[in-house]
Design a protein around this ligand. Structure first.
Ligand code: C2E
Ligand code: CA
Ligand code: CA
Length: 617
């Protein structure tokens, strides 16, 4: 017994172990089992000497042995409570109840043993009196544990619970059988069985015991297996942005919903949890011939849950693609699509997603090269410009610079494909410097040739503001081009948190001294914290196209947007509407305090050299 415990300890040290809080309880259980086994061995060696003077000592050791076994039971209860995060009244009740039983049976056991009611030592043999408290204590604890496990059964993945029930059944059967044969040599072993199960199921299993989810590695094994056996499968990915961070675990409620989703709709499903907020469910087509209908059902069930909880999501549904299976790249494939789709959308994967994904490698390599060569005139980075209509003058005198990449293998690449990639990989600032440099030079050139340019704006990613050289870099490029600062504007989106906000405020203040103007981009899509917006010295508020669309479709939205625009105008901001596509958009916006209008109605983005066609000479 003791040696099996040592093997357990060796396993604990040398295998992968999930070191949760419950693991401490687990380790204590193993230690108590070692002590119990040692006590058991000592007891038998004491009575084998047949020295009557030692019988009191033997009684004491036996009591200790029993007390240890009951303490193990108590720790089982604590362990189950820990693992299932049981809180509050029920937690206290179970702890109090098992502590009560523990004290009672230990006292009773001491009394019975020393008064010779439980058993007596007769020479080297034992005589049982048939009144052993042990069995009552044992049954009491088993009852507590069974009721507790029944109560918490929905807090763990079903297979985990079944694993425990099965192990407990084995323990009881062995104990009962040895009871019938009047033996006790396997008693400690029956305490060890659940521990072995705990170790494998709870602490060294690739799947998460709450969600029943496997991890990315295990998912990749599954993909490889399916690919090698030519099994087509379907994957459904759910991304919950709110839980994307390491520290934010899914709440138990959501876990239980995900668990039900994974088991109730498809046969043979595998659920993988890639990060807290990223889950991927897969099932084979072979086992689910009617999966299309089931997908419709699961999505409508999902929408119901979404109405209730409202967490932002992105859902991607696709079928296995050989090229992606071969390289086992589903996780990056899903992430790539996620990057491109808006929040709260359900996306069905098609061939173009695969093409785009394959292009990613090229794009990343190009970005890496561009960033390392740091050539501010890099020919792969193109500046397109969208002229902006000035409502007061009826002419074009401002524009927005929009970036494109021209890559030999792919052709023209649009920002939705590479901006997020550049941001994630730290290439964005170099790109901004190139765009700014090219914009400044083009504006300077137009000014020299007598065009009337009020200013051209450049998009800056909020991440860049964290760069301590940001302001210096911007000023240096503007100075080198010789263009006056006020001919350049920077478009920024709203900051999300307090520290970003302060950073933004400081950087804007520095660059404003140089005459640079500031636009608040995409107003109406973010958090729109008015208090913060008012604290920043923006010149122009760009109302996002979604606000134009909303105003066009409901009177109520139109009133809200119109009032907001009015308020900004009264506070000396200029209002620009983005995404003005036709005459009716234009008329509506003109009635909503517009100073500037931008959109396909006037022009699509054109190469910056073409801007001359729009501006006055
Ligand atoms: P954004 O800053 O909101 O830019 C406006 C986008 O709306 C542009 O897309 C433009 O082509 C598009 N657009 C213009 N008029 C209309 C219209 O009437 N209807 C519709 N539906 N769309 C219209 P584009 O050029 O694809 O850029 C997409 C986004 O990529 C930009 O959104 C911006 O967030 C980002 N981006 C573009 N260039 C840069 C850059 O140089 N630096 C950074 N950091 N981001 C950039
Ligand atoms: Ca913009
Ligand atoms: Ca915008």
């Amino acid at each position: 017994m003791v040696s099996i415990c040592y093997v357990m300890i060796i396993l604990m040290i040398f295998s992968y172990v999930r070191r949760t809080r419950s693991f401490t309880v687990f380790v204590s259980i193993v230690l108590l089992i070692i002590l119990a086994a040692t006590a058991d061995v000592s007891f038998y060696s004491l009575i084998s000497t047949s020295d009557p003077s030692r019988s009191n000592l033997a009684y004491a050791v036996r009591c200790i042995y029993h007390a240890l076994l009951f303490s193990i039971f108590m720790l089982y209860v604590v362990y189950i409570i820990e693992v299932t995060s049981l809180e509050g009244r029920r937690k206290r009740l179970y702890i109090a109840l098992s502590a009560g039983v523990l004290v009672a049976v230990v006292l009773l056991d001491v009394w019975q043993t020393f008064s010779g009611r439980a058993m007596s030592i007769n020479g080297t043999s034992l005589e049982f009196q048939g009144r052993d408290t042990f069995i009552y204590g044992y049954l009491a604890f088993v009852a507590i544990i069974l009721v507790l496990m029944f109560q918490v059964r929905n807090r763990l993945y079903r297979r985990v619970m079944l694993g425990f029930y099965a192990t407990m059944a084995v323990s009881f059967i062995i104990l009962a059988v040895q009871g019938i044969w009047g033996q006790s040599s396997f008693t400690v072993a029956t305490f060890l069985f659940p521990v072995i199960a705990m170790f494998y199921i709870m602490h060294s299993n690739p799947y998460d015991v709450h969600l029943g989810a496997i991890d990315q590695k295990a998912m990749e094994d599954m993909v490889r297996y399916n690919y090698e056996n030519k099994r087509e499968f379907v994957f459904m990915s759910l991304y919950l942005k709110d839980f994307d961070e390491e520290s934010k675990a899914l709440p138990p409620e959501i876990q239980s919903i995900v668990r039900r989703f994974a088991t109730d709709f498809f046969k043979d499903t595998m659920l993988a949890q890639i990060s807290n907020g990223q889950m991927v469910m897969t099932f084979t087509k072979h086992h689910n011939p009617n999966y299309e209908a089931r997908i419709v059902q699961i999505l409508s069930a999902f929408r119901l849950q979404y109405q209730k909880y409202g967490f932002d999501y992105k859902i991607i549904i696709g079928e296995s693609v050989d090229e992606i299976s071969r390289k086992n790249e589903y996780v990056s494939f899903i992430r790539d699509i996620q990057r491109r789709i808006p929040d709260n959308t359900i996306h069905r994967v098609d061939a173009s997603d695969v093409t785009t994904f394959k292009q990613m490698d090229h794009i990343l390599a190009a970005l890496d090269d561009i960033s390392h060569s740091e050539n501010l005139d890099d020919e792969r980075v193109l500046v397109y410009c969208q002229p902006v209509f000035n409502v007061d003058t009826g002419r074009y005198d401002t524009a927005e610079s929009l970036m494109r990449l021209q890559l030999p293998e792919i052709g023209l690449v649009f920002p939705d494909l590479f901006i997020p990639l550049a941001e994630e990989n730290g290439y964005i600032h170099v790109l901004t410097k190139i765009i700014l440099n090219k914009t400044c030079k083009a504006v300077q050139d137009m000014l020299k040739n007598g065009y009337s340019v009020s200013r051209v704006s450049v998009n800056v990613s909020p991440l860049e503001l964290k760069d301590e050289h940001f302001c210096d870099d911007i000023m240096e490029i503007i100075d080198n081009s010789g263009v006056p600062g006020e001919k350049i504007a920077i478009e920024l989106t709203e900051s999300r948190n307090e520290s970003d906000f302060i950073l933004m405020k400081n950087k804007i203040a520095i660059l404003k001294q140089k005459g640079i103007k500031f636009y608040l981009d995409d107003f109406g899509t973010g958090y729109s914290n008015m208090e913060r917006i008012m604290e920043l010295p923006f010149d122009i508020i760009k109302f996002d196209r979604s606000l134009v669309l909303a105003s066009g479709s409901s009177e109520r939205s139109r009133k809200i947007v119109s009032n907001l625009a009015n308020m900004f105008t009264e506070l000396d901001y200029s209002v620009l509407y983005e995404g003005v596509e036709d005459e009716s958009d234009e008329q509506m916006c003109e009635h909503m305090s517009a100073s500037y209008l931008q959109g396909y109605k006037y022009s699509r983005p054109v190469p910056i050299v073409k801007l001359k066609d729009y501006f006055d000479h």
